[in-house]
Design a protein around this ligand. Sequence first.
Ligand code: C5P
Length: 239
Amino acid sequence: MNSQDGVKNARDRLIIALDVPTAAEAVELTNRLSGDISFFKIGLQLYTAEGPAIVHRVLASGANVFLDLKLFDIPNTVSKAVAAAAGLGVSMLTIHLAGGRNMIEAAVAACPPELLLLGVTVLTSFDSESLRETGVQSDVEEQALRLAGLGADCGIRGLVASPHELVALRSRLGGDIKIVTPGVRPAWSAADDQKRFTTPMEAVQRGADYLVIGRPITAHPQPSEAARKIVSEIASAER
Ligand code: C5P
């Protein structure tokens, strides 16, 4: 791979979280970053406020969209929502693996090959005590590995996982499953509310396929410059 291929490959692995309240702000960010970034994540806040129209607008800029809706409902409802998301033309979509086998299998069955369905295990806002309150006696890591294994068993091809789970997940599930990792902070940026983060380089070295990064880029005075620095850090981790 020559260095230009390396940068292209690295750029395709960086997903920017569009955690903003309005379409206007999201479009401004995508316009500012369109030369450097090819993937944006639209989450519950922006999608609830602006609906499918914002997905179409980001796709029209030529970028890919990760629709982070973390679906969790009865199998019939989730399978229809997966099909609807596929119809929007997004490239990635999240479901909660805690929804169980029937729900996961229904989601996988409704998912066309061009859409990567990602399973969410245990949210990082949980600790062992809050899990216990929901009736789960395992600790967070054990429960996350159990749900990831269930997802893989049901045919899921991707996971969202924190940098700290990457090594255990790779050793349990191997190299084929795609892993998307938030909770990443370059050494030069503020931690914000992320508590247990790693650098982009560490996350890639531990086995992340894609990195989701928001504020270090979106709140940076020069977002393109911040994005380029992170892409080159990912590229150097690949060598
Ligand atoms: O701004 P920041 O880089 O912290 O944004 C990270 C993105 O990843 C946000 O959209 C956040 O919801 C998401 N995320 C996270 N930690 C998790 C799961 C998702 O920060 N454990």
